[in-house]
Design a protein around this ligand. Structure first.
Ligand SMILES: [Zn+2]
Length: 301
């Protein structure tokens, strides 16, 4: 009896082991919090990764409702790539509790982009009672191309450790991406020279990295403080502050309401534009290269 069970068990184990696909065949399962990180992982990982983006360009990454589809993905994820610096503080911790062991904090599979770049706009004084969502500095780090390089470098290292057999493949893809990206940077900078030092007013401070990189001036926003919806008193104050020095543009993302920027645009006769902000923010922004192309085109023209 025991012998029969033993034989069955051995057969079962052998066939299971034989059937379980090797790492080489199975893509690394990646859970990205935002489309920009999903796109960057795809640049580096190619067909060796299977990437899920928890949000789209139509969603405010500060406020996201955890969906069952997200739970299913995070349970099996081997690598988590998010912005960090509290951008996802309202929804990621809840999901992480149901996530795989590999992607928990301090594990190889836990990657927060803001940990690898220098964040800007750190408040001098912490006061969360004022609704400051950027208490750890600005978490919207993906719109500086040098940040993209730093995060890409970390992504390729992590992928090579999670999938050791694919290490050379990730290295090669990363090298290709890095050289293409480095070639694109001066082209973007050249294109934006005409708008250097111009003033841009965003709805929320979610494009500051791009403005800073391109030498645009952007200290004010339609929101009084990050996370506080634009108030009429603040908008009127902005008009007084500008006086005759009108800004170049008023901008917002596809997920932000149009009313406040349109109101101000009418009052001061300054154009307002929707910038894609991330991959899928408009039909032109299909990957990181075309996103940057499009953002700069819209800022310049
Ligand atoms: Zn924000």
């Amino acid at each position: 009896m025991y012998r029969t069970v033993g034989i069955f068990l051995s057969i079962f184990l052998c066939t299971t082991l034989l059937r379980s696909p090797s790492r080489a065949e199975e893509p690394v399962r990646v859970f990205a919090c935002e489309p920009e990180w999903a796109a960057l992982v795809s640049e580096v990982g190619g067909e060796k990764v299977k990437v899920f983006s928890a949000t789209t360009a139509r969603q405010n990454p500060h406020y996201v409702r955890a969906r069952p589809s997200m739970l299913a993905k995070i349970r099996k994820a081997e690598l988590l790539v998010c912005s960090g610096a509290s951008l996802e503080v309202g929804w990621l911790p809840i999901l992480l509790r149901r996530g795989s062991a590999d992607i928990q904090r301090n594990k190889l599979g836990h990657l927060m982009a803001a940990d690898f770049v220098e964040t800007i706009e750190k408040p001098d004084r912490l006061d969360r009672s004022l609704g400051d969502m950027h208490a750890e500095g600005n978490p919207h780090v993906h719109l500086n191309p040098f940040n993209i390089l730093l995060v890409a470098e970390e992504i390729h290292k992590r992928l090579g450790l999670i999938d050791v057999g694919g290490k050379a493949f990730y290295q090669q893809r990363y090298n290709q991406f890095e050289s293409r990206w480095r070639e694109a940077i001066p082209v973007w900078e050249k294109k934006a020279e005409t708008i250097r030092a111009k003033v841009v007013i965003p709805h929320h401070k979610n494009m500051s990295y791009m403005f800073e990189w391109l030498g645009l001036e952007s200290t004010l926003a339609l929101e009084d403080k990050p996370g506080i919806p634009p108030r009429m008193s603040h908008l009127k104050q902005l008009i007084t502050t500008f006086g005759d020095n009108k800004p170049h543009l008023i901008v917002r993302t596809p997920y932000e309401p149009s009313k406040p920027s349109q109101w101000l645009s009418d009052k001061i006769s300054v154009p307002e534009k929707v910038l894609p902000y991330t991959i899928g923010g408009d039909v032109h922004s299909e990957d990181l290269f075309s996103l940057y192309d499009r953002m700069i085109d819209l800022l310049v023209n």
